[in-house]
Design a protein around this ligand. Structure first.
Ligand code: MN
Ligand code: MN
Length: 458
């Protein structure tokens, strides 16, 4: 099948010392950032260290100046002022930092037959059976009525307990085995096992009461405080290399933190771009980009309005619109990698193969490209030229066979402004599973590719 035309990223790589170091950083980024809030916190910390000043603190936006915007602690944008005025347009790489998981319901805690559980509501596209009988961790925040924020991470430290969702023993799974894969485990059945020691509890539900005592003691919270909490159940444990040759990375949330990380490494390496350069980290992509932290919200537009006002000294709505419409964007997201175990759902001629470099997708969507941005070939030609000049190994792909399903990205919500947008990321195996697999070679190419796009001078 492989023609002589196919280039392997591995053959062209020569990974530098700096890029090796970046892989270590990437593993830490995945291990420590398992929620959108945690991922943004890490990115913000790195950005601060690299000289990105908060928008609230800057007085102007002159060439080379670095500014950052935080959106509700769950999303953000980093920008470096170009040599050209912002109204001439900008370059942006936009990824998302939310990932499929199980959220804790607002009234979650209950006891049954001496066992305490938390009820969950899954977030994003998951295969429910993958979330039973594996070690899970609890990450998130609880906001008390006086505004005090309690941050929680349980299940990551070696001394921590972990959590789990039980599954049925195979001995009694006859009926379960006969069910469809999508129905064998139900959403309401995904209840997190929280404890079962009644000895310090009181009343009719002693286990629940004992758990509440622990919550009060350790975190200062009461049962009602779950109402104003955002608690997420994620796979416990650290991301790590996979494969005897350490050529792959296994970790939770690589859709889309692999692109978020590559976008960060790209802008980190830029000093003075010709056009204003931005990277954006969005939330809520996995559930349709709604809410004030999702890409449908107007924070990019508002940020550009603020920067143009800083640059020109006055608010000019027309200049904002022009800047948005003249922008060029890579919608940085992953796609399904070609999996030799599941060839029946892939079009081999239009798939993303691991190790063959970055992936560009002219369109995404499903049922006849519905929900897709469908990039203009003029812009694709420009991106090809930039990548080829920078010796980036890249391939083109769509998600899978036309009639098998599909998916969207944030590309369409950026295209609204008139900017050119192209989906561009890497292929992932076991996408949306608790542990996803990416290729080291593809990630290194992606860091170089995003840099080439952001730093390109005409
Ligand atoms: Mn994604
Ligand atoms: Mn996804």
């Amino acid at each position: 099948m492989r023609s002589k035309m196919v280039k392997l990223a591995w053959d062209e790589l020569k990974i530098s010392e700096k890029e090796r170091q970046a892989m270590t950083e990437y593993l830490a980024f995945l291990s420590e950032g398992k929620t959108e809030r945690e991922s943004w916190q890490i990115l913000e910390r790195w950005a601060k260290k690299s000289g990105f000043t908060s928008l609230d603190e800057v007085k102007d936006f002159k060439s080379g100046q670095k500014v950052r915007l935080e959106v509700q602690g769950k999303a953000g944008i980093l920008a470096i002022a170009g040599l050209r005025p912002l109204s001439e347009g900008f370059r942006i790489v936009a990824a998302h930092i939310d990932a499929p998981r199980l959220d804790i319901k607002q009234r979650p805690l209950y006891e049954e037959e001496g066992l305490a559980f938390l009820k969950t509501h899954y977030y994003g596209g998951i295969k429910k059976y993958q979330w039973t009988a594996l070690p899970l961790a609890l990450h998130g925040v609880i906001i008390l009525t006086e505004g005090q924020k309690v941050s929680i991470v349980v299940g990551e430290d070696e001394e921590d307990p972990i959590f789990t969702i039980t599954d049925l023993l195979p001995h009694l799974a006859k009926d379960q085995n006969d069910k469809k894969l999508s129905e064998a485990i139900t959403g309401e059945g995904l209840n997190l096992l929280l404890g079962h020691d009644p000895s310090t509890g009181e009343g009719e539900e002693r286990v629940k009461s004992a758990i509440l005592n622990i919550l009060k003691e350790k975190y200062g919270i009461q049962e009602d405080d779950f109402v104003s909490a955002e608690l997420e159940v994620v796979p416990a444990g650290k991301a790590r290399y996979a494969g005897l040759d350490r050529s792959l990375i296994a970790g939770y949330g690589q859709d889309d933190r692999v692109c978020a990380f590559a976008a960060w490494k790209a802008i980190e390496a830029i000093e003075q771009p010709e056009w204003t350069t931005m990277v954006l980290f969005a939330d809520k992509e996995e559930i349709g980009s709604d809410s004030n932290t999702g890409m449908k919200a107007r924070y990019l537009e508002n940020f550009v309005a603020e920067l143009i006002t800083l640059q020109t000294g006055t608010y000019n709505g027309l200049m904002v619109r022009r800047a948005m419409a003249r922008a060029k964007a890579l919608s940085a997201d992953v796609t399904g990698g070609y999996d030799p175990n599941y060839t029946e759902v892939m079009d081999k001629r239009n798939s993303a193969f691991l190790g063959r470099g970055m992936v560009i997708s002219k369109y995404t969507g499903s049922r006849g490209k519905s929900g897709s941005s469908d990039a203009n070939p003029e812009f694709i030609a420009e991106v090809r030229r930039i990548f080829d000049k920078a010796k980036i190994v890249w391939q083109t792909a769509e998600l899978g066979k036309v009639d098998q399903g599909g998916g969207g990205t944030i590309a369409q919500y950026m295209a609204i402004y008139g900017m050119e947008v192209l989906d561009c990321g890497v292929g992932i195996l076991s996408m949306h599973a608790p542990w996803e697999i990416s290729s080291v070679a593809d990630l290194v190419m992606m860091m170089r590719g995003y840099y080439a796009f952001l730093a390109y001078r005409n």
